[in-house]
Design a protein around this ligand. Structure first.
Ligand code: FES
Length: 203
């Protein structure tokens, strides 16, 4: 009789067993939740790393040994070879290094040398362009300081840093996509708008 009073009506189980079952189920759910959370966080992290430069992003060195500090105006010497940078998500501090198409060339030039549109996109003379050639997407790694032109070593396409990355010569199809910049109150370089065109090779 006593056993019958304490038995569960739906499953005929002892209440102690039911409590054990519920506790076990809750523990299992917690375990599943814990197992899922890291992968969800990883996926979110990957999405941030893969995303193209966003307005408000800071910039840091592409070289892993120097990554971390935000680039400022003072990190760029006038008319020196391009510095290759990556965008940094300001909310999480994540470097957007998930795609090579996120590599950005920075060059500091005299503001008087820049055409009107290039000047408007620059941060006190610092211009930014995609580092991927618009021919076959080689890294544009050379600089001709005399002509203010970027030179792609793969097939010698040349691009004018003072005039919107316009194609000067070579087999590339388009100007280099430009990345508008501004300065933060602390003198850090900040992305002001997305790339002006599709990044990568091809028409
Ligand atoms: S990939 Fe740059 S010129 Fe061909």
């Amino acid at each position: 009789m006593r056993d019958k009073e304490f038995a569960c009506r739906c499953c005929n189980a002892n209440p102690d067993n039911r409590r054990g079952f519920i506790a076990g189920a809750v523990a299992a759910l917690v375990a599943v939740g814990s197992a899922l959370r890291p992968s969800t966080a990883l996926a979110a992290g990957d999405a941030i790393r893969d995303a193209a430069p966003q307005p408000g992003d800071f910039l840091t060195w592409q070289a892993k040994s120097k990554r971390g500090p935000h680039l400022t105006l003072d990190d760029l010497k006038m008319n020196a070879r391009q510095l290759v940078a990556l965008p940094v998500d300001p909310a999480s501090g994540t470097v957007r290094d998930g795609s090579r198409f996120n590599q950005i060339m920075l060059t500091r030039l005299d503001t008087g040398e820049l055409d009107e549109a290039t000047l408007a996109r620059s941060a006190e003379g610092v211009v930014a362009y995609s580092a991927m050639c618009t021919h076959d997407a080689c890294p544009v790694s050379s600089w001709d300081g005399d002509t203010r032109q970027y030179v792609c070593p793969c097939h010698q396409s040349r691009f004018d840093a003072t005039a919107g990355g316009n194609l000067v010569s070579g087999p590339a199809y388009r100007p280099l996509p430009a990345l508008p910049l501004r300065l933060s109150g602390n003198g850090e370089l900040v992305v002001d708008a997305p790339f002006t065109a599709r990044v990568g090779g091809g028409r």
